[in-house]
Design a protein around this ligand. Structure first.
Ligand code: ADP
Length: 470
C-alpha cells in the first residue's frame, strides 16, 4: 500500500518541474547571450585597434612634404596628442632616424597617466587576457619612398575604454532584468497551468474513488481542454456508466428471476395444498398439471444456466472450422420429430459455408431459432432454412410462416425474459431467454442477428458469422 500523505502533490511537482525547466532555459540563454556579446565586443575591439594604428600611419604619412623634405610638426603633434588620448603613445622619426615628435618627450605625465588608466581598467575588467603594453614599428612612406617611421605603444591584445565597458555592463544588466522578469512570469504561468491541469486530475481521482466506493451514478461533467485528460475522463465516465448498467442489470435479473419462479411455484404450492387439505382429489390430471409446472420450472432453470454459461464464457469460445450447411442439416435433423409432430415441412437449402466458430454454441443458436420457428408456427406450416456464403460472412436464414411478431415488440425480443403476449406463451411454455442466448453467442463470435417479421404472416431471422479468424 502506498502511503498517500507522504507523496508530493501533483500540482507541487508540476509547478516545480515547470519552474526548474524555465530557470535552466533562462540560465542557458543568459550565459550564451553574455558570452556571445563579450566575444563580439572583443572581436570589435581587436578590429578597432588594427584600424586605429592604420589611421595613425596614414595620417602621419600625409604630414610630410616630399618637395621640401619637411614634416609639418604642428599637425604631427595634433595626430600624436589625439592618438595619446585614445591610448596610443607614439614616436615619429624622420628617414635619418631623428625624432620628429615624441609623446613622452612632449608630455611625459599625460603619457604615464593614460597608460596607467588603461592598464588598471583592463586588469580590473579583463584579468584573464593577461594583457600588457606592446610596441609596433611601422615604416612611413609616400609615393613608394621612405619618409620616416613611427613607433606605437599600446595595450594588447586589445583594450576597451570606460564608456565601452559601461555599455557592456548595461547590456548585461538589461539581459539580467529580462531573464528575471521572464522567470517570474514563467513561475506564475507555470503555477496557473499546474493548477488547471491538476484540478482536472484531482477531480478525476475523486470521481474514481467515489466509483470504487460504489457510487456508479457519478460522472465528470466539466470541460477539459487537454486531449489525454479528456480521454482519461471519458474512459472513467464510460467505466462508471458500464458499472451502473451492470449493477442495474444485476438488480433487474434478480427481480426477473424471482418473478419468473414465483408464478409456477405458487400454482404448484396451491394445487398441492388443496390436495393435502383434502379439498381436491389427487387425480392423475391434477398431478400431471403439477408435473408440467415443475417441468417448466426446470426448463427455466436450465435456460438460465445456459445464459449464465454463455455470458460468462464469452471469451472462451472453442473455435474450430465449422461448415454452417452441415451444422444446419444436423440441427434440422435433431428437431425433425418436433416439426413432424406439428405436421410441418422443413427445408434446408443453400451452399456450404466454412466459418471459424464454436460448434456447440452455434448448434445452440440454430436450435433455439428453429425451435422458436416450430413453436410459433401453427400446424402444417412451412419452415425454410437457408445457408449463404459470402466473402466475409457465413449466413443462416431461418424463415417461418407462423404467427409473426408485432412491430412494437421487435426491438425487445432479444432482451432477457421478454415475451410477446404472455397468454400465447403460456401454452408454448417459453421463458423469454432463448433469443437472449442466441444474441450473446452470435455477438461473442463478432457477428450479428437480424429479425424481420410481419404480425400474422411469419418471421425471418438472419444470423451473420464473420469468417475472419480473430
Ligand atoms: P421463448 O423462450 O419465450 O421463446 P425467446 O427469447 O426465444 O423466448 O423469444 C422471445 C419472444 O419472441 C417469444 O416469446 C416469442 O413471442 C417471440 N418469438 C421468437 N421467435 C419467434 C418466431 N419465430 N415467430 C414468432 N414469434 C417469435
Amino acid at each position: 500500500m502506498i502511503k498517500l500523505h507522504k507523496l508530493p502533490s501533483f500540482r507541487t511537482q508540476l509547478t516545480l518541474i515547470i519552474t526548474m525547466l524555465v530557470f535552466v532555459t533562462i540560465a542557458v540563454i543568459s550565459v550564451l547571450a553574455n558570452s556571445m556579446i563579450n566575444k563580439e565586443f572583443e572581436d570589435y575591439a581587436r578590429e578597432q585597434q588594427k584600424e586605429h594604428t592604420r589611421d595613425i600611419v596614414t595620417n602621419l604619412e600625409g604630414q610630410y612634404d616630399l618637395d621640401s623634405n619637411i614634416w609639418s610638426v604642428e599637425y604631427v603633434h595634433g595626430i600624436g596628442m589625439s592618438a595619446l588620448y585614445d591610448g596610443y603613445v607614439i614616436q615619429v622619426y624622420d628617414k635619418s632616424g631623428n625624432v620628429v615628435w615624441d609623446a613622452k618627450n612632449h608630455n611625459m605625465e599625460t603619457c604615464n597617466q593614460v597608460m596607467m588608466d588603461i592598464m588598471n581598467l583592463m586588469e580590473e575588467k579583463r584579468p584573464e587576457i593577461a594583457g600588457h603594453f606592446v610596441t609596433k614599428n611601422v615604416v612611413l612612406t609616400q609615393n613608394g619612398q621612405t619618409i620616416g617611421s613611427v613607433t606605437m605603444e599600446y595595450y594588447g591584445p586589445y583594450f576597451l575604454n570606460e564608456t565601452e565597458f559601461n555599455f557592456m555592463d548595461s547590456l548585461n544588466l538589461i539581459l539580467f532584468i529580462i531573464g528575471a522578469v521572464a522567470l517570474v512570469c514563467a513561475v506564475i504561468a507555470g503555477g496557473i497551468l499546474a493548477k488547471r491541469i491538476s484540478q482536472s486530475v484531482i477531480k478525476t481521482a475523486d470521481i474514481a474513488k467515489q466509483i470504487s466506493d460504489g457510487n456508479y451514478k457519478i460522472r465528470y461533467d466539466g470541460t477539459i481542454k487537454t486531449r489525454e485528460l479528456s480521454e482519461l475522463v471519458s474512459a472513467i465516465n464510460h467505466m462508471a456508466e458500464s458499472l451502473e448498467n451492470q449493477e442495474n442489470l444485476r438488480k433487474r435479473l434478480t427481480t426477473d428471476v424471482a418473478h419468473e419462479l414465483r408464478t409456477p411455484l405458487t400454482s404448484v404450492a396451491s394445487h398441492l395444498e388443496a390436495m393435502i387439505d383434502g379439498l381436491w382429489e389427487p387425480t392423475p390430471q391434477r398431478l400431471q398439471s403439477c408435473n408440467e409446472e415443475i417441468s417448466r420450472l426446470s426448463g427455466l432453470v436450465s435456460d438460465l444456466e445456459q445464459l449464465a454459461k454463455v455470458e460468462n464464457e464469452n471469451l472462451r469460445l472453442q473455435k474450430v472450422e465449422v461448415d454452417l450447411m452441415e451444422l444446419t442439416k444436423t440441427v434440422a435433423g435433431n428437431l425433425e420429430m418436433e416439426s413432424a409432430k406439428k405436421n410441418m415441412v422443413t427445408t434446408v437449402n443453400g451452399e456450404s459455408s466454412l466459418v471459424f466458430a464454436d460448434r456447440d454454441r452455434l448448434n445452440q443458436v440454430l436450435t433455439n431459432l428453429l425451435s422458436n420457428a416450430i413453436k410459433y408456427t401453427s400446424k402444417s406450416g412451412k419452415i425454410s432454412l437457408e445457408v449463404q456464403d459470402t466473402k466475409e460472412n457465413g449466413i443462416v436464414i431461418i424463415q417461418d410462416n407462423g404467427i409473426g411478431i408485432p412491430e412494437k415488440d421487435l426491438p425487445h425480443i432479444f432482451e432477457r425474459f421478454y415475451r410477446i403476449d404472455q397468454s400465447r406463451n403460456r401454452s408454448t411454455g417459453g421463458s423469454g431467454i432463448g433469443l437472449t442466448i442466441v444474441k450473446s453467442i452470435v455477438v461473442a463470435h463478432g457477428g450479428s442477428v437480424q429479425v424481420e417479421s410481419e404480425y400474422g404472416k411469419g418471421s425471418k431471422f438472419t444470423i451473420l458469422i464473420p469468417k475472419e479468424i480473430s
